[in-house]
Every structure is written in C-alpha cells, then in structure tokens.
Design a protein around this ligand. Sequence first.
Ligand SMILES: [Mn+2]
Length: 272
Amino acid sequence: MPFLGARSHARPAAVVLGAPYDATATHRRGARAAPAAIRWASDAIETYSPLRGRDLDDLALADAGDVDLDGCTPEAAVARVRDAIAAAPGLPLLLGGEHTVTAGAVTALAARHPDLAVIAVDAHLDLREEYDGHRWSHATTLRRVGELVGFERLVVLGARSGTRAEWAAAHALAHCARTGALPDHVWAGLADRPLYLSVDVDGFDPSVAPGTGNPEPLGLSVSDVVALVEVLRRGRVVGCDLVEVSPPHDPSGQTVMLAAWLARELLLAFCG
Ligand SMILES: [Mn+2]
C-alpha cells in the first residue's frame, strides 16, 4: 500500500522511501514495522493541509516502496539506503526504521550537495564514537553525520539526553538545544545552504509520541516542530526523514498517526 496521494509518475517531484531496519536497537525493537504502519495510517488522513493550503494531489508524489534491509549489517543497511536515495528522483522522504538509516541518506545527498547542512530533531545526541562495538548504530548516527558534513553544519534540536562526553562534543555543533527554535544567527548560517531535516520521533515529548524505542521526558510539542518546518521552508530542503517510530510500543496508534500527518506536512512544505 503506497503512501497517501502517491502514484507512478515519469518524473516525480517527491519520493517516499521506506527503510524497515531496527537491528541495532538495544532497548526496544519495533521500528522496522514503521514504514508499513505509517503508510497504512496515511490512508486515514486528508490529502489537503490547511496549514499549507496545499494538497498532496497537487504534487507529483511517488512511493518507491521499501529498501530491502533484511539481514543487513548496519554498514550494509546504510550503503543500501545511500544507493536508494541516490537513485531517487525528486525530494526524498525516508521513513525509518531506526535512526542509523539517516546516515545513508545524508551520504547520498552530501555527494550531490557538497555544502549540505543537517538539522536533526532528536532527544538524543547520538554523538558516540561507537556503540556496542558498532561504528554505525542508532546511537552514533549524528557522529557519523557530523563527520560527513562537518559538525559546524549540524544542528540538533529537542536534545536532552546524552553521556557527559557527548554533551562535551556537542559544543562543536552549529547549534544544540532542548527547544525547537533556530536562533537568527544560526539560521543565517543555514539559509543559503541545501538542508537535510532528520526527525527522530523521540524529539517529541513522550506524551505526544509514546510509540518509540527510547522515549525521553521534556520533549517538543507538535507546534514546536510545525514552527521549525515553517522556518526551514524558507530555505532549500533537499531531503528529509522521519525515524524511530515503533508501532509495537504505540498502543493507541497516536504516534503512527502523528508520523503520517507529519510526513504529509513535510512533503507539502518542502516539495516545490
Ligand atoms: Mn533519538
């Protein structure tokens, strides 16, 4: 079942791509079920966004299905996502899967846009050098992303969990804050660059998005993230993702519904 409003197009302007992978999740697995669950939930919402005054039916939106990540090591999963994103025409929206898959998308887009900057919404800093013996892991993703694009081109919003060493490393970032706001001087350094937005759903408060592997109190509201999207759409977003939704930990379905809604909003905000 494709994402809401997606059809086959000769030249799609935006492409939804699933990355059902959760092999490095240590605490609670389940994110591999998210792409299918989010597509299913998208069928229950409208194609029209009153916030944007736009309709998904106005976009040439395609759904390229899922990247086959069965049995992949984290390195292989990142490489397969990289290749799938590199081959995707138009603006990619990657539906994780655990946060590890973001590194694949950023690798592909940084090759196409050498001055790419990355804005991550995440409760966790994900700046560990390695985790459980793995360099590629949900807990090291933003370290790998920073190595790819430069830590001075990486912003983390909603950040409120990390080791002492990660918080020390966060000083090298362009910006890192528990809130979702982008200060003017930070935005000034990003506004002219191609941008990638990675939304780890645990950046939201657990009261808003309980269905995730590692929920953390004191998170962002939906309005916070909508306000961030409103700022970013004034720039040039060339790709985005939504990761770490875990349907088995989402008993009411509210996190999956939020994810489907947010996916629609991201497509309508960033697809020209
Ligand atoms: Mn996280």
